[in-house]
Design a protein around this ligand. Structure first.
Ligand SMILES: [Zn+2]
Length: 360
């Protein structure tokens, strides 16, 4: 299988994936080439066969006890205990295919953990940069896989900037879950599995936690590919959920000013997501909405999930928290959320395991 090229979203120039560029010389972000045609329904419709596998994917889907009509997809049962494994397997496989010896990633924790594991599996050196505030359990996971762990003081954006500087060195592969478009195509297996587990039908709505938006883009890719292939009638509405303390996309959606305060949802505390425009367009195109939940609701949601047997990290409880508080939400987005939840056909991902961040 040939490796699909990268195509700039701005100027449409294409680049061989082995050139190790992480964005276009014009400054634009990459998609997988529009010349490449995934084949839904045949083999896995991803740009590279996931050879460096750790058994990721095919996570169970179960009904919620506390929220009628809602099902949970148990992404925290992935090899490194988060859904990021779905993307990491493709980047590590790609790196092995093109003979890369050294990779760098930045992360708020889970993407770095996934990269550390999959690059270890591929026998490729990996440096992981995370904010110094990242939970100690995630740091322990990254170290255990043998990655070089660098703690960056400052924000998540500072970690990203430091990684991008390292990625400029010759021969270094920037295995970014934000910039490398193969990652979202790995994550889209989440959306395909929902379709399969739902008897070849898409649900009416899916909720996703959103920081950099990899799961949102993965869902959007999967659902649009299925609709375009005639395998589903219509896109589900994608409801993006942000933590109130860091909600730039919700602010843009509602045309209000973004504010910043601490949040327990460390995995989605992204102040300036590079793909913001793409995320907003995706939510718009499928009739979705963007809502926020505050830390009190997240902590309460996490506790409620644990009481129905499901122990997740705080970030992984934001969608549950949004659904659980839907009845009392003000405004148009609250009404939209209630309308969609009324369909009795809603899927919520539980993205990361509770032991990654046992406190709070
Ligand atoms: Zn360009």
């Amino acid at each position: 299988m040939n490796l699909p090229a990268l195509e700039c979203r701005s100027c449409r120039r294409e680049f061989d994936v082995a050139e190790l560029l992480w964005r276009c010389p014009c400054g634009g972000l990459f998609d997988v080439s529009s010349q490449w045609r995934p084949q839904p329904g045949s083999e896995l419709p991803v740009p590279v066969e996931p050879a460096v596998t750790l058994g990721e994917g095919q996570t169970p889907i179960i009904e919620s006890r506390s929220l009628p009509g809602v099902r949970f997809k148990l992404e925290f049962l992935s090899p490194t205990l988060s859904f990021k494994d779905r993307g990491a397997v493709l980047l590590a496989t790609l790196a092995a295919r093109i003979g890369v010896r050294s990779a760098v990633v930045d992360s708020s924790g889970n993407a770095g953990t996934a990269a550390a594991a999959y690059f270890a599996r591929a026998g490729i050196d990996c440096e992981v940069l995370v904010p110094a505030s990242t939970s100690p359990e995630k740091l322990a996971q990254i170290r255990a896989h043998g990655a070089t762990l660098t703690l960056v003081s400052g924000s998540r954006a500072d970690a990203a900037a430091a990684a991008a500087r390292i990625a400029e060195r010759p021969g270094v592969f920037y295995a970014s879950h934000v910039y490398h478009p193969y990652f979202a195509h790995g994550v889209k297996t989440y959306g395909y599995e929902i379709w399969e587990q739902n008897g070849g039908r898409l649900p009416s709505a899916v909720l996703v936690p959103v920081g950099n938006g990899t799961l949102l883009l993965g869902c959007y890719l999967a659902f649009s590919e299925l609709v375009n292939a005639g395998l589903a009638e219509r896109m589900p509405a994608i409801l993006a959920v942000q933590a109130a303390g860091c909600a730039p996309l919700a602010a843009a959606w509602n045309d209000t000013a973004a504010t910043r305060s601490p949040t327990v949802a460390e995995g989605i505390a992204i102040e300036a997501p590079p793909r913001a425009g793409q995320l907003l367009a995706a939510v718009q195109a499928c009739g979705g909405a963007i809502v926020t939940v505050d830390d009190a609701a997240i902590v309460a949601g996490r506790a409620a999930l644990a009481r129905e047997g499901l122990f997740v990290e705080p970030t992984a409880a934001v969608c549950y928290a949004a659904a659980a508080t839907a009845a009392s939400r003000p405004g148009r987005s609250g009404q939209r959320l209630r309308d969609l939840l009324a369909h009795d056909d809603v899927v919520i991902p539980l993205c990361g395991a509770g032991l990654k961040h046992p406190g709070d």
